[in-house]
Design a protein around this ligand. Structure first.
Ligand SMILES: [Zn+2]
Length: 54
């Protein structure tokens, strides 16, 4: 199963969740540390870091 990387906007912690793609579509991800849903998915795991420049 794919691994998804998230950053919590509330406590600014990085965490990883392993789940199926279907779960990923339907599930609300919350931070394991503060339990908030203010999380942002990090795409660096799947896409090349060099491809995205800000
Ligand atoms: Zn958090």
């Amino acid at each position: 199963m794919p691994k998804y990387e998230y950053l919590c906007r509330n406590c600014e912690k990085n965490f990883e969740i392993i789940m199926s793609m279907k779960e990923h579509e339907n599930k609300k991800v919350s931070c394991p540390t503060c339990k908030k849903e203010q999380v942002e998915q990090q795409l660096s795991t799947f896409y090349s870091k060099t491809s995205k420049k800000s």
